[in-house]
Design a protein around this ligand. Structure first.
Ligand SMILES: [Zn+2]
Length: 343
């Protein structure tokens, strides 16, 4: 193997079996006097087949992935694997401990911080390890997100289109194997510094997810994603048994620059549509109520395009500029193609 082998204490990436250790993120302040914030990592190896990198906890208030990956680490016997599984279930550990999107130690959004900086703050160090050490080792990557405290998504795989015909084909096949009800496509320029962008640049097939949200966990989404994760690992050739034969059609939707409906008033948000509902341009999708102006009627907000309600804001208090809902273009069961692939 010509790749640089990451130096992570307690992990021999070439050894067989199950190894549990920590990334040692250097940081010292009043709350972290040990000078290191440990982010858990598991490496399970059963053969010379593909390497799959699985990540959750990139944002600390997104819980489905954290639970699924902890479960996976405990339940998989390395002998079941044809290759190597690298699992980071609580990647931005300082944010995970706080149950917040970003950690108060640095306030950095880890999913905008790649390729990071080995000499920087906690999120920049983690970003550097992911971009420089772990993605180059991987044949496939998955980063499991959900809507967090601030929003709820239709339960979905989440992918950037392209960047090449080959990578796009790998991603759409992975989405089909993961088999949650939706797949959301978004243009990569919206996500500078993301793990998905780094995988695209490295030429490694990757899918992300948005599994619900609202700062909690949905039983049925968790169950669907648990089955989907096993099926995906089978599809990628890491777990014997192959992908699940029980698949239903995935509905493809696309977030564009016209998708967000932003509030132009501070107050209390009332959604007038349900997640997953089809709407027509001009339909009322939200109202915002004034808290203090008793004679002021609520302000109404309208769908900018025909489509599917793909994201709904969760906490009711909003400000000017808060995104209330996102309306995604509906592609039905056919994944978008052609003009998405840039070469
Ligand atoms: Zn997230």
């Amino acid at each position: 193997m010509s790749l640089r082998i990451p130096r992570i204490p307690g992990v021999d990436f070439l050894a067989a079996g199950k190894q549990l250790s920590y990334l040692e993120i250097e940081h010292s302040d009043n709350a972290h006097d040990a000078a290191v914030i440990p982010s858990p990592i598991a490496v399970l190896s059963g053969g010379t087949g593909p390497t799959v990198l699985l990540i959750a906890g990139t944002h600390g208030d997104e819980y489905e992935g954290q639970i699924l990956l902890q479960e996976l680490i405990r339940s998989i016997d390395p002998d079941e694997l044809t290759g190597r599984l690298i699992v980071l279930p609580a990647l931005n550990i300082a944010a995970v401990r706080e149950g917040r999107r970003v950690a108060s130690v640095d306030g950095v959004n880890l999913n905008r911080a790649l390729p990071g900086n080995a000499g920087g703050g906690p999120a920049e160090q983690i970003a550097s390890i992911v971009a420089e050490d772990l993605i180059p080792l991987a044949d496939f990557v998955m980063d499991i997100h959900s809507g967090g405290i601030a929003s709820e998504y239709v339960p979905s795989a989440f992918v950037y289109p392209g960047p090449t015909q080959e990578l796009w084909a790998e991603k759409t096949a992975a989405v089909a194997a993961f088999n949650v009800p939706y797949s959301v496509v978004v243009k990569p320029m919206l996500k500078s510094g993301s793990i998905s962008g780094a995988a695209d640049r490295a030429g490694v097939p990757m899918i992300s997810t948005e599994l619900g949200g609202r700062g909690t966990v949905s039983l049925w989404i968790l169950d669907r994603a648990r089955k989907g994760l096993r099926s995906l690992l089978g599809h990628w050739g890491l777990l014997t048994g192959g992908p699940s034969p029980e698949r239903s059609a995935v509905r493809w939707v696309e977030l564009t620059s016209r998708s967000p409906v932003n509030s132009t008033m501070a107050g209390l948000f009332e959604p007038t549509v349900e997640l997953g509902q089809c709407v027509t341009a001009g339909d009322i999708v939200a109202r915002v109520h004034s808290v203090e102006e008793l004679d002021r009627p609520p302000k109404e907000f309208f769908a900018p395009i025909d489509g599917v309600v793909a994201i709904v804001r969760h906490p009711a208090p909003v400000n000017v500029g808060t995104t209330l809902v996102n309306i995604a273009v509906d592609h039905g069961t056919n994944h978008p193609e052609g003009n998405y692939v840039t070469s």
